[in-house]
Design a protein around this ligand. Structure first.
Ligand code: NOJ
Length: 734
């Protein structure tokens, strides 16, 4: 079978190369390191990045440390062919290391440089959770393409993105990095990101190798606690969690990263069933798998190996091709192969996969970045800023509006909340190459729009609320705009929260703001759904702003003034309270669906309904759905529906189609998203929208991974969110 990344010629030259490689050189290819930080700061580079993304040190402290730190780049190991890949974000140094690999090693195999380019590089785009709320496939691709261009000019070949973990528990901090709870939307996102990062010409030199992560079910960590255990029926894994990986692989993703968690008792890092049987065999994945940082080492703490050597052996046998930072292969694999515990075949396969990506993406021919390419993005190009503004606008979700929005330009705005004036906070977690100088805070955005605005911090995310400051601001304003939410360190990796309400005294500030009698507009900045029932009841408007990237302030200001009509739709359910977690719309039915009866599946002390359902988002106009007609051909389900703009301004609606298989051989979800379409309508304009769904998308996997298409009655739901839909039924024969 042809390798999708290589020509026949290239396949031959890889075989040739493998035939010449010593055992040590093979092990070297499977070893990824980051510079060790020696002297002064006794943590690894990866840990340092994690400290910054968790907010334990500021971005500035991180940069200063990196500048000052004495680093060991393991040059001698590179020279000996003992390293195949490096985590690095220093283009000149990367060229130096590459020169050693190309000119001073026996075989001249290039290093592949990897880095976390998650939602933009210098041009920071909305966090993935926000961007997914745009439901805009072209945008997903465009932002990845720009990130790739900028990062590649910085001598990075490979990004550890897209993260395509399905995330249904708002307590989990990494919800921020994910495209949300739905397998269909996440699959669209996955494909578009792979396309955007990698481009169609893999050797263009302006792209990045993509990495689907974290394989798999990381988002289902028990209790929403990061790194926690995952127990899950196979059919749930197949129908929900694997989909975005399967689709990303179809699109050609070059690499996959293993997840930290276990799946049903076996860590994903050394899980043969997941890595060999499903990924490499069933999905025919031809690229390579890398572990997460130190994850092979973590297997000792999982209690599945007695020491690092055993963990490495189990991981390599299971199909983990590259070790990120555990040092579990180098130094051990040589003896394990020599005494027959690991076969040379296993090693050759891993090396072949790694060389395939290096060659397929042109690193043998194009291993360096020219110095004059390195500073191309010192200043952000106009088109990148425009794209970032577009992405930020499209990602905003209007959660409530009793008519106070949009506001007139002359209105006196009293702006409060610490987050309104913290430029760095717009970037969200994992924006390592983002720069404060490029960031527009909400306060700045309003000033840029010549708003009549007075700002006072009034309340910090962690600092106490100051009533006097609020009174002063309120006295001189017509409306209060309160920016509240979470700091960057409160979401992302290792940032799970047991309480997902507004941190600190922020709610007190909002209550006091309502007491002033002035209309209250709440702008949220957050990396997860927040439980805000009080805010929903009392604020006059709520704008979900997430962390929207460098142009956040301008985008929010555009929405507040009505220069942009919000069109975002939630890619994740907002629970009404933390006790509802995990909370997601496409849950299976129970024998006693939640209702008024005591003996139904519900809580006695809390509502069952979430605060805002999946797919929800308002506009400054309104849309009406009518005349739904469902028909079918042999291959397709055809849904036609009339959508009308019933409000006073132009708007964009995202029409969503959900399906329920009413009776099947296994319990099916109450509804599942199968398609969506965006439609732009002028006031009073009405359009008939047609959506076609291939019938082979209406099946499901059983516990043995058989895909079943079962005849019977299907319920079809069409609407602007997962709750408020027109419905009809149709009998389908496959
Ligand atoms: C740990 C994170 O889980 C992963 O997402 C990231 O890519 C690696 N560290 C490398 O920074």
């Amino acid at each position: 079978m042809m390798n999708r990344f290589l020509t026949l010629e290239e396949e031959k030259s890889i075989n040739n190369l493998i035939a010449q490689m010593t055992l040590e050189e093979k092990v070297g290819q499977m070893n990824q390191l980051s510079p060790s930080i020696v002297g002064g700061f006794d943590v690894s580079f990866v840990e340092l990045i994690e400290m910054m993304t968790e907010g334990r040190i500021s971005k500035e402290e991180f940069e200063n440390t990196m500048r000052k730190a004495e680093k060991d780049y393991h040059e001698d190991d590179i020279r000996q062919g003992r390293i195949g890949s490096f985590l690095i974000n220093d283009p000149k140094k990367a060229n130096e290391l590459q020169r050693i690999a190309m000119e001073e090693t026996r075989l001249g195999i290039p290093l592949i440089f990897g880095f976390d380019v998650i939602h933009g590089f210098h041009t920071v785009f909305p966090i993935p959770l926000a961007e997914a709320c745009s439901w805009d496939d072209e945008l997903f691709e465009e932002t990845a393409m720009i990130a790739a261009k900028e990062a590649r000019s910085h001598n990075i070949h490979w990004t550890f993105a897209p993260m395509v973990d399905i995330a249904r528990d708002a307590r989990w901090g990494r919800v921020a990095e994910s495209p949300g709870e739905d397998p269909y939307l996440a699959s669209v996102f996955s494909r578009a990101k792979v396309k955007g990062f990698q481009g169609s010409n893999y050797k263009s030199g302006k792209n990045l190798v993509a990495c689907l992560k974290h394989y798999v079910a990381y988002g289902a960590a028990e209790g929403g606690r990061d790194y926690n255990t995952v127990s899950m029926a196979p059919n749930v894994l197949f129908n929900t969690y694997l989909d975005p990986f399967k689709e990303g692989i179809k699109e050609g993703a070059g690499t996959v990263m293993g997840a930290f968690n276990d799946y049903n008792g076996i860590p994903c890092t050394l899980n043969q069933y997941l890595l060999r049987d499903i990924l490499k065999s069933t999905y025919n994945f031809q690229g390579f798998v890398v572990s997460d940082a130190n994850a092979i080492h973590d297997c000792v703490r999982h209690g599945i190996a007695s020491d690092l050597e055993e963990a490495g052996e189990k991981a390599v046998v299971a199909g983990m091709d590259m070790d990120m930072n555990s040092n579990a292969y180098s130094g051990f694999l040589e003896t394990q192969v020599a005494d027959g515990r690991v076969s040379m075949k296993v090693l050759d396969e891993a090396v072949r996969r790694i060389l395939t990506i290096k060659m397929g993406f042109g690193l043998f021919d194009n291993p360096y970045v020219a110095e004059d390419q390195m500073n191309l993005y010192e200043e952000l190009p106009k088109e990148h800023i425009e794209s970032s503004l577009k992405a930020a606008r499209k990602s905003i979700v209007l959660l409530k509006n009793d008519g106070v929005l949009p506001i007139d330009r002359g209105v006196r705005i009293g702006l409060v909340g610490e987050l309104a004036d913290m430029p760095d906070e717009v970037m969200g977690s994992w924006a390592i190459a983002g720069r404060s100088k490029d960031c527009v805070s909400i306060y700045q955005g309003l000033k840029n729009a010549n708003a009549n605005v007075t700002y006072a911090k009034t309340c910090g995310v962690k600092e106490p609320f100051n009533q006097d400051e609020l009174n002063q601001v309120a006295a001189d304003s017509d409306v209060i705009v309160a920016v509240v939410g979470e700091t960057i360190g409160m979401s992302g990796e290792a940032a799970s929260r047991a309480d997902i309400s507004l941190p600190g005294d922020q709610l007190d500030m909002l209550k006091a703001a309502v007491d002033t009698g002035k209309p209250l507009i709440v702008v949220l900045m957050n990396g997860r759904p927040l439980a805000i029932p009080w805010v929903d009841q009392h604020a006059h408007a709520i704008v979900e702003g997430w962390q929207l990237g460098v142009q956040m302030g301008n985008a929010v200001s555009d929405v507040l003034f009505g220069d942009y009509n919000p069109s975002g739709k939630l890619c994740v359910t907002f629970p009404a309270m933390v006790g509802q977690c995990p909370s997601y719309y496409d849950h299976p039915n129970t024998g006693r669906p939640g209702g008024k009866s005591k003996f139904s599946s519900r809580y006695i002390d809390a509502p069952l309904e979430p605060l805002y359902p999946f797919g929800y988002g308002l506009s400054y106009t309104s849309f009406d759905y009518s005349n739904m007609v469902i028909t079918q051909t042999q291959e397709e389900l055809i849904i036609k529906v009339q959508v009308k703009n019933t409000g006073k301004c132009q708007g964009i609606e995202t029409l969503q189609v959900y399906i329920q298989d009413k009776a099947a051989s296994m319990i099916r979800p109450v509804k599942s998203l199968k398609a969506y379409k965006k439609v732009a309508l002028d006031p009073d304009e009405s359009k008939e929208i047609e959506i076609r769904i291939s019938k082979d998308k209406l099946g499901f996997y059983d516990n043995d991974m058989n895909y079943l298409l079962e005849d019977g009655v299907f319920k079809v739901f069409v609407g602007g969110n997962s709750r408020d839909c027109q419905t009809d039924e149709i009998n389908i024969n496959f």
